[in-house]
Structures are given as structure tokens and as C-alpha cells.
Design a protein around this ligand. Structure first.
Ligand code: ZN
Length: 238
């Protein structure tokens, strides 16, 4: 079994009725539902109000951590972000969705600003530019998202090890929408679609990509944090 933990800050859904109407169980609930329908995947969810549950114990018991956040990145304690960073370096998989580009764990892992340009309310065509990649299996040449937030270049990230999807927007912009990296022993996937007011996580291709990414990011080898030479914080060496 692949053990997945989904972190969603779960603030928009509680504060904005329009977002709650799209995701009545929260974005984390939607992701847990479609991932949990697979026989080889079990899912736990954590939100900002329960973020202290992201302990070493839970992270050791997590093969792949999925992260969605937007307006409350700053409310995630630094020590939890550092803990996530260290577990990725030791082999845990990490999937950052949409506005998680500015989350503390993702910017820590990338080591860059991860800034980009954006505009709400555009149409997106997601191009599969690496059809041989495990994350692209079952996805055609391209698929459409009727309404999605435009994210545009330059996306300030380290050059991805593999670029699987390229997003094109009606406004003319393009974006590196599906990017893979290895950091330490961990595998990282960033996927751009997933604005909170659009039903993007109900789209079959989006669900297939995230499911494929979970299987791709699952660690094949994992090191105990205490022995891992790629962790950096003093806490990790205790
Ligand atoms: Zn957004």
C-alpha cells in the first residue's frame, strides 16, 4: 500500500461560500476520495487547524505528502516546514499543487522564490509533452480545463529534471505546469492546475495525473532521518 497524507489549509472553503459549493468536503476531501478509490493507496488528511499532526511519526508513516495552500502559508510553523523538508531529503515523496508554489516546504525545497505571474478566469489547455513519463500515462496529447487561473512565466524554479506538462492559456501565456525534481532521496512533483473556486480536482485527467504522481513519487529507498546526510537543520540531527 502507498500511504498518502494530504495537507490542505482548508481556509477558503470555510470562509467563502462559493468555494465551499465547489468543494463541500474541502479540497483535501475531494483528493482523498479519488485517491482512496485505488486499492493500492490509503489516505490521511491534515488541515491548517490540525497541522501539528504533521509529526515525525506521521511523516515516517507517509510515502507521499500532497500539499495545497494559498492564503495561510505563513501560518504553517517554520519547524513543520523544516520537518517536511528533511523527510523529503530522506526519501518521502512530495507533490505541490497549484498555489502551493509559495508554500514553505516547496520554496525550501526549491531554494528559489518560486514567483510567477497570474490572472484569474482563463481557459487552459494542458499539453502532455513527455508521453513516455510515468506521470503522463493515460493522458492524451492534451486536455482542456474550461476555467482555471492563469499561471505564467517566468516561474522562478530550478530547471526541472523532467518537464511533463506545459500549460497554454487563452490569454496567450505558457507555463511549466508539470515539473519533476529529485532532491536528496526524495521525488518532487509540482502541478499547476487547482484554483480553489474551479472544480479542477474533479476533472478525470487531473485525478489521473495526481494518482500517477503518487505512484511515481513513492520512495523506493528511504533513509532514517538521523543517518541522512542531506538533512540540514540541527533538529534533524538529534
Ligand atoms: Zn489560485
Amino acid at each position: 500500500m502507498i500511504k498518502v497524507t494530504v495537507y490542505n489549509e482548508y481556509v477558503h472553503e470555510l470562509e467563502d461560500a462559493a468555494v465551499a459549493a465547489v468543494y463541500p468536503k474541502g479540497i483535501h476531501g475531494c483528493i482523498a476520495d479519488f485517491l482512496g478509490a485505488n486499492e493500492d493507496i490509503t489516505v490521511k488528511t491534515v488541515t491548517l487547524s490540525t497541522v501539528e499532526e504533521l509529526t515525525d511519526e506521521l511523516l515516517y508513516d507517509t510515502d507521499v505528502l500532497i500539499w495545497w495552500g494559498h492564503m495561510a502559508h505563513h501560518r504553517v510553523p517554520d519547524e513543520i516546514a523544516e520537518r517536511v523538508y528533511n523527510h523529503v531529503m530522506c526519501g518521502m515523496g512530495f507533490i505541490a499543487l497549484h498555489s502551493a508554489h509559495f508554500s514553505k516546504p516547496f520554496t525550501r525545497l526549491m531554494g528559489t522564490t518560486c514567483s510567477l505571474c497570474w490572472r484569474e478566469g482563463d481557459r487552459e489547455r494542458v499539453w502532455n509533452i513527455m508521453p513516455s513519463h510515468p506521470i503522463a500515462q493515460g493522458i492524451g496529447n492534451c486536455f482542456e480545463i474550461p476555467e482555471e487561473e492563469m499561471y505564467g512565466e517566468r516561474f522562478d524554479i530550478p530547471t526541472p529534471d523532467e518537464l511533463v506538462f506545459l500549460g497554454w492559456f487563452k490569454g496567450g501565456e505558457v507555463f511549466r505546469s508539470g515539473c519533476c525534481w529529485s532532491k536528496g532521496l526524495g521525488r518532487i512533483f509540482y502541478f499547476q492546475p487547482g484554483h480553489e473556486s474551479n472544480p479542477t480536482f474533479f476533472i478525470p485527467e487531473v485525478q489521473r495525473i495526481i494518482t500517477n504522481a503518487v505512484r511515481w513519487a513513492k520512495p523506493l529507498y528511504r533513509q532514517e532521518k538521523i543517518d541522512c546526510p542531506w538533512t540540514e537543520s540541527p533538529e534533524a540531527k538529534l
